[in-house]
Ligand binder design. Structure first.
Ligand code: SF4
Length: 372
């Protein structure tokens, strides 16, 4: 099932003003290094022999791209545009933090061809935002969403988190209602997972917080799914909702469907032709490699046919598109698995495809195991 969709381009800006207590992503607070890093980002080449046709998505993620000094995103896009071809009508997204949003930056983003803004809101409850270590409050998140609309941006995404210590059904309902009142085209609801050496993991180990139980996690997930689908959103991936098919993230869809993508910047991942490679997570190593002409230090792997099928199974059962029946028949236990998971209302057959139900999304991590 090689995917020959047009490729996506990901630009990783690895800087944050402060670190949130739950975050395990690679990012760095030395924003003074931004100028050097952005120069390297604009100069990085794909590995030799890896050509990409015109990109129909560009995604500027991080880190916190909106924390970059005024003018730097426009300059980056200009330089990227001079080196890589972008397809007409490309989806061009930037991630922003609410308290970075200004009319000036929004005008800069629009001028640079950015047509989709994803705001890292996480919660509309000030106490929760403080606990999570976020820089903004609910008021500035609402203000950012309104400013994005006033700037003429028609594609607004809001990212939320649920299931952290102390989270309640009532506060989650209230956050979802506020998000809905802003009418975003896209909403992401990510379940909190405590991973890696984060301050939150240390708080858990020290007994200062408790992990949210599975039952409450399920209730929070189902509440989001019901609230958003009741308002006309499509629950198109386990954590993602779109106001209509056209509002689904075209870029993230490439990750879930093994479409080719090129990631530039420290820790960025790429995939093409069955090969995956990734830049190592070090700003110094990255810049040194790009400036020296040998390219950033990278790891790589070539997926075996078996790995490819297992990934396809895992990813496919997390999206509402599901998987073709013909693909599932590659797995020896597929008929028994399908019958059982249909009986348990986790999967259903739609035409020649097998798609997960909302209940199936709840158990998405374990569904693939039934087929093996
Ligand atoms: S702003 Fe985003 S990337 Fe930066 S520390 Fe917080 S969650 Fe992580």
């Amino acid at each position: 099932m090689m995917n020959d969709d047009p490729p996506g381009l990901y630009l990783h800006i690895p800087f944050c003003v402060t670190r949130c207590i739950y975050c395990d992503f690679y990012s760095d607070t030395r924003i003074s290094m931004a100028g050097r890093l952005l120069g390297c980002l604009a100069a990085e080449n794909a590995p030799r022999g890896m050509g990409f046709s015109a990109f129909d998505t560009v995604y500027i993620g991080g880190g916190t791209p909106s924390a970059m000094p005024a003018g730097s995103i426009a300059l980056l896009m200009e330089r990227i545009g001079g080196r890589f071809e972008t397809a007409p009508g490309a989806e061009v997204t930037i991630e922003v933090n609410p308290d970075d949003v200004t009319a000036g930056k929004l005008a800069e983003y629009r001028g640079a061809g950015i047509n989709r803004i994803s705001v890292g809101v996480q919660s509309f409850d000030d106490g929760e935002l403080k606990f999570l270590g976020r820089r903004h409050d609910a008021r500035s998140a609402i203000g950012a969403a309104r400013a994005i609309r006033e700037a003429g941006m028609e594609n607004l995404g809001i990212d939320l988190i649920y299931g952290f210590a102390g989270h309640t059904i009532e506060s989650w309902r209230s956050t979802l209602e506020t998000a809905l009142s802003l009418g975003p085209e896209h909403v992401s609801c990510y379940q909190m997972t405590i991973e890696g050496p984060t301050p939150m993991a240390r708080m858990l180990a020290a007994g200062r917080i408790e992990e949210t139980g599975e039952e409450l996690q399920r209730e929070l997930f189902l509440l989001a799914s019901a609230a958003l689908t009741d308002h006309g959103y499509i629950h198109y991936e386990i954590s993602n909702y779109a106001r209509g098919e056209g509002a689904a993230s075209r870029h993230n869809g490439k990750y879930w469907a093994h479409a080719p993508y090129l990631g530039l910047g420290p820790s960025a991942h790429s995939f093409a032709g069955g090969e995956r490679w990734w830049n190592l997570p070090s700003i110094e190593g990255y810049c040194g490699g790009v400036e020296g002409g040998e390219g950033p230090p990278r790891g790589s792997e070539r997926l075996t046919a078996r790995q490819f099928d297992l990934e396809t199974l895992y990813l496919g059962l997390r999206t509402a598109r599901g998987l073709p029946l013909g693909f599932l028949s590659r797995f020896p236990a597929w008929e028994r698995a399908l019958e059982r998971l249909e009986n348990e209302s986790c999967l259903r057959i739609e035409g020649d495809r097998v798609v997960p139900t909302t209940k199936g999304f709840l158990f998405a991590d374990s569904l693939p195991l039934f087929f093996l």
